[in-house]
Design a binder for this molecule. Structure first.
Ligand code: MG
Length: 283
């Protein structure tokens, strides 16, 4: 099941994507997180039943928004693929623990919405990632039950203003410029994804492949990330954890490849989704 939130004219809708339509489930569920919780809690049949009597809207007539609007937690794992560790000047070896930083909801847009390059920097870089979306409230998960916390998966573009990321050892400013990242187009539920270690991630700039990796290459796997994060914070339905980017980001290329107006970035994870955004300069 693909759970999405969209803008249709002046209305915000949430529901399930079927073919080229959104089944509008506003009458049955308060928001996209309520649908995700229902599916994660074993009530997927009730969602399917609600879908039979709900209106549909053509996706061509709507704009995708971030799949969850009222985000409580956006956790991101840094340097979680060996090739990216090797190309990152600030990191000399893989860390002993997952390197966690956070993003604000205001730093993220949905599929198809423009990313905004700020006037302070031209070092606007892409990072394609697989995101976990939490489906069940979880604290102190164990490796054995960690994946039970997962409601679904999404594509994530951890857009980074590199010079601002490296002003100090703290990533927060360079990872949180308004509208500098994206995720979506939807959350594909865990039952539909199946084995998350059978996934393959690619990033493309203007259609040219820049990053390509299997999720089996993660240094800290999904269980390790969930165990670590749920130890210090209660993970709640709708929380997002971006799991890290593979090698091939723009700053490490010769010459560098940065995002600029007229360029398009795509994060493609077959079985999860394909997230594409164009780039504009801040007005
Ligand atoms: Mg990242």
């Amino acid at each position: 099941m693909k759970i999405a939130t969209v803008q249709a004219g002046s209305e915000t809708m949430h529901g399930v994507v079927v073919d080229d339509t959104l089944v509008d489930l506003r009458d049955s569920y308060a928001d996209s997180v309520a649908i995700l919780e229902a599916v994660s809690g074993g009530s997927g049949d009730e969602v399917v039943a609600a879908m039979t009597s709900s209106p549909r809207i053509d996706l061509a007539s709507v704009a995708f928004l971030p799949p969850v609007l009222a985000l409580k937690r956006i956790l991101c794992v840094g340097t979680n693929y060996a090739e990216h560790v090797a190309e990152s000047p600030s990191v000399t070896e893989a860390p002993d623990h997952p390197m966690i930083f956070t993003r604000f909801a205001s730093s993220l847009v949905g599929h198809g919405q423009p990313l905004v390059r700020p006037p302070e920097s031209e070092a606007f870089d892409y990072e394609g990632e697989l995101a976990i979306v939490i489906g069940r409230t979880t604290r102190r998960a164990t490796r054995e039950n960690a994946l039970d916390a997962v409601g679904g998966y999404s594509c994530f573009m951890d857009g980074s203003i590199r010079d601002w990321q490296r002003h100090t050892k703290q990533f927060t400013p360079g990872k949180n410029y308004d509208k500098s990242g994206s995720w979506g187009p939807w959350i594909t539920t865990g039952d539909e994804v199946g084995d998350p270690y059978a996934l393959h991630l690619r990033s493309l700039v203007d259609g040219e492949e820049m990053q390509s990796a299997a999720t089996t290459q993660l240094i800290f796997d999904l269980e390790a990330i969930l165990v670590y994060c749920s130890t210090f914070t209660t993970l709640e339905p709708g929380d997002v954890i971006a799991t890290g980017t593979p090698g091939g980001v723009g700053f490490a290329r010769t010459p560098p490849v940065f995002l600029a107006p007229g360029r398009e970035i795509t994060v493609d994870i077959p079985g999860v989704g394909r997230l594409t955004n164009s780039v504009i300069d801040e007005e």
